[in-house]
Write a protein that binds this ligand. Sequence first.
Ligand SMILES: Nc1nc2c(ncn2[C@@H]2O[C@H](COP(=O)(O)OP(=O)(O)OP(=O)(O)O)[C@@H](O)[C@H]2O)c(=O)[nH]1
Ligand SMILES: [Mg+2]
Length: 484
Amino acid sequence: MYDKTSIIVAPATTLGQSAIGIIRLSGPIETDKQKQAAILQILFKVFRAKYLSSADLNTNKEREERCCLKPWTLHRGVALDSHGQEIDDVLAVYMPGPRTFTGEDCVEIHCHGSRVILETVLEACLNAGARMALPGEFSYRAFMNGRIDLAQAEAVSELVSASSVQGARLAKAKLDGAFGQRIALLKEKLLSLKAKLCVVLDFSLELSGDELDNVSEAEIKQNIAELETGLKALTKAYQRARAWRDGCMVVLVGSVNAGKSSLMNAMLGRRRSLVHDIPGTTRDYIEESINLNGLNVRLVDTAGLRQTDDLVEADGVEFSRELLSQADYVLFVKDACFDLSEEEKELLLTHPDHILVLNKQDLLDTSRSIVYDACNTKIYISAKKSEGIDTLLDVLHEKLLLKMELGKSFEQNSDLAPNLRQNKLIQAALEELNLFDLDLENKMPIEILSVRIDIILDKLEEIIGKTDLDEVLEKVFGDFCIGK
Ligand SMILES: Nc1nc2c(ncn2[C@@H]2O[C@H](COP(=O)(O)OP(=O)(O)OP(=O)(O)O)[C@@H](O)[C@H]2O)c(=O)[nH]1
Ligand SMILES: [Mg+2]
């Protein structure tokens, strides 16, 4: 995958218009202190410090300074294009490794934030001998040089893509290494479990599980229980973290013309979804995000549920059902003037995490009372007149906090934020732990029990990264953006 010998370069900020735009370089540490660092040789082809006018260059002091720019100091100067022409007034900083993000020699050039300038400086760096960094390559080098563990590397990516303050905090805690420490604690427990088994093994190679004395067995059971609690807490935390990080998915479903698109627009406070009295107006799903008291909620408007001969609409209906199964919460929109059909009642029963939104209350004949008993929570609204929307949003917020267990003290769980990859490994570890428990019950030989522990250990190690796992690393870092 990545080679580790070249000097890599990439924009560290977006290639757009902004006050400042940064080009970042990283390359292997120059170990020969007498030699000019290779990264500086590149820098001096694209950057000239302000005080280095050609006349001044004759003094020894400046020659020295030119040879080795004072580290950790911002130097004012000009950026040069590939032909040596001045292109921008910039600041440059040289950061010798190993105490840098990548653990290597690093350089940053702070330009004015213009796409043209950044691309020109980038091109000059490439012509001077640097290579364009691949996605995630800076973080990869930080990981390979032992500056961060794999969970921390992923946290860098999670931090920049967090969609809420809490999501950013979770990523920051992981970046600080708290998550890695939690895994290390679980690893310790496993090792102590393995040690106990080894002690028993040492007594006799013939010994089998049923010959474990009562004390050892009680201790082992205690260890398993602690491990199980620790792993389960992490999978629960995954759900919570996912909600804070990626947002909760709330799907609006119901029969055609119920007012789903009107409700979507009312919740967004703007016209986004097409509204019409022709049934079957919405065919493809429409997704928009809202910030519900700090919680990122992805609202999805769907095609109305009905039997149809129209092939395109039928596809839309099929998709609505698929989205329904993925939803964290469902807003089941119903025209309040009509009774629930048997099919609708069944749908509500199979999706208990729903709010029945009874729309068009402005048309409701108060003398007519319809009993809607197949639901957990019902709220009357008028999407057209924007009535009841605030109440609906408040109730939805409350429900989501409850469902995703987000009401619990955030600070208390701030270090627990596995991502999808990590959660899969945690679940695999849990499954293996259950098998271990079963084997113990069935008095299996200790060697088999010991192998199970090794498998769990492998899973935990993969979470924080083992350097020989090339495939995992490629996948993890490949998902990063360039410059990270
Ligand atoms: N009186 C009244 N009419 C409403 C209300 N909400 C929606 N409507 C009307 O109901 C019709 C259907 O509204 P939509 O929002 O398009 O309904 P939908 O559920 O998205 O329909 P499909 O996309 O066909 O599934 C439109 O004519 C709306 O103006 C309401 O609260 N009161
Ligand atoms: Mg619609």
